[in-house]
Design a protein around this ligand. Sequence first.
Ligand code: SAM
Ligand code: SF4
Length: 491
Amino acid sequence: MTSRPEQDLETNVTAVSATDMTVARKGGNTRKVFVRTYGCQMNVYDSERMTDVLAPEGFEATDDLEDADLVILNTCHIREKAAEKVYSELGRIRKVKEERAKSGKDMMVGVAGCVAQAEGEEISRRAPIVDLVVGPQSYHQLPSLLEKARAGSKVVETEFDIDAKFNHLSERAEKQVLKRPPSAFLTVQEGCDKFCTFCVVPYTRGAEVSRSVEQIVSEAERMAAAGVREITLLGQNVNAYHGTSPDGAVWGLGRLLRRLAEIDGLDRLRYTTSHPRDMDDDLIAAHRDLKSLMPYLHLPVQSGSDKILKAMNRRHTRDEYFRLIDRIREAAPDIALSGDFIVGFPGESDQDFEDTMDLIRQVGYGSAFSFKYSSRPGTPGATMDEQVPEDVKSARLAALQALVAEQQKAFNASRLGMTCDVLLEKTGRNPGQLVGKSPWLQPVQLDAPEDLIGSIQAVEIVDIGSNSLFGRLIAGQDDLGRSGRIPAPAA
Ligand code: SAM
Ligand code: SF4
């Protein structure tokens, strides 16, 4: 898989930083919570919300497992062996818990996320150290569920009530100072009704539900007031967004983006992950019209073969995808395209794979994620004939990734010598170095003083690496106070 900072389904493990939140202590009794996040950005967002909900209960986030009074594994179930990885991590945590017990300290253990939803009670049966199993729609109930667990019950909560989750979480967040600048995630939609034949999401996250416009705008305004300059709107199928506005009308993602673009201080907007079928005219026009909508689009196609697209139930053809890309590029010529690809779906012949390679050559991606098909119990793909042997999948994945790496290198090289806005996000590996993000989502490293973190600066791209760009600050040009993109040079 090509690794990108925003999405690393296989390996992304994030401990929510202890500095991420302001703790309102109940009775002054501070306890520590360690949250480990697996999977996509939606889980990163959920982990932050869990720490928000726990803060008024006196929990402070820690990066140190040994120091934790409460450990939560926020899990991902998108591909095989996810559950096994969780069980082996629980084995490691059991040892830490036993060590702590020797010095009279307790440790509660919770499993959250899609593995919790899929496995339910099985988790505490197989791993008795687990006190609490909580599905993705029930995080708002964490304080009361913990209370029950503390009283000695094994708690399993996997109900689907997404409205209750969002109503409650946003109300809680309002009471806290959210200080996670300068770039943040905001979930606007959850679940999926598409039922692609390889995917577990419709089963683990449930039916598609959109948050209301009012809720989203108010959360975005609070984030902007706390110093957030860039928001990435999240959803398993984010461009299927259809939220109710205050006057009762249903808004699509394009209209929502236009409203968010009006928020003062919010200079950059992004969204992920989109389905080609849901790229409507208004959303495409938003890419043409909104300066703050960054020129980057993650639009997975999965395969370039019509036969495989049909078997995957993707509901569009290869030609329709090409035509869509043309319309998007017409609206936003400098857009960086990204995608997801699955190799070795049941029935994928050499010719089908060649069709995928041909599609990649014709589209030209700035980056892409690629996966070997992983059979998921309960999905139609799992029982299809003609499963593809592992060695064939591996060879196809390697060829596809080599092609994407070439395209990524060419795309990065095309930025050389350009001046673009960079949102400076954090310190780099070397002293005096900061790391930021280009409009096209490439990491940019440059020498700059730390007090520029959180600002948007004009940066000249002076060199390129395999995954990041190297830049230099343009002297005398301070924070531009806008996210205007600098157009790419003509090809
Ligand atoms: N909604 C997005 C779409 O329609 O393309 C995708 C969201 S899915 C959570 C993220 C990616 O995981 C998919 O695009 C797909 O490439 C990959 N994925 C999902 N199920 C998979 C499976 N069973 N085997 C391999 N990759 C899978
Ligand atoms: Fe999964 Fe995306 Fe298909 Fe929904 S649209 S079933 S999330 S791959």
